[in-house]
Design a protein. Sequence first.
Length: 273
Amino acid sequence: MFLLYVTLSTTLPALLLSSTVLHIFREIDANEDNTISLTELGAWFNFQDVEYLKQNAREHFTMFDKNHDNAVTWEEYANIAFGANHVETCRAVYDNKTPPDFSKLGTQVQDAIMTAVRRWRAAGGFSMSQEEFTGFTYPELFQHMRNIVVAEAYQTYDTNRDGKVSAGELLGKKFKLTSSQVEEFRRGEFDMRGEPNMLGLKDRNNNGVFEKKELSYWLMENRRMMRRQESEGLFREMDTDENTRISLKEFRSNSNKIRWSSIGRFIDIKEEL
């Protein structure tokens, strides 16, 4: 069984941050005026989300660093991700060689190895520090990984291999849109409220093709935009007196909404003592 998707597609369970409601309120209240603004809540959501991903990458790093030297080599990674029987093949591919065994692997596995090689080179090289490994695991968090993120999008969505990603290809494969819905999207008439993963995706010159800059913006900004949208909705629900600020009383009475949010997956809010 190949384990590449442990790092590329899934996350390990994160440790819960146990906090009281008051502690979290003070953490969000950056300017210490005893209220929470929309900007403060949005910044906290984004910070916690990024910290969750970094913590997850640290756990992966520990898993792959078998000799505990605070570095993960390509061979250490390949040994777990693709299996001990394929370490030599992975080493050869990394060295720009095409070993005979590589062609015997399934297409999906070949693509997975090549994707890992491209990310590995861009993130740091043969041996990686923890920070570099985080860039490998979550390239969308790092600007220097932008080209890799876009290249992977082309590999995934350019289904007819013409060197372009059309609106039909991406919207059809990623979001299962019909041809009529794709046309609605191109005209700016498609309702994206139920598709937060579309935030930031736009065919700005309306040529039916997502250019590299358009794909880059969507891929690098979508997660942040989703957290902002979520925090804005949560703010409206918690600001019960509609004075554009959340008081401690409002926050405490609505703390369950934090528990049920995407951030609540790793924050264990304890009741006040």
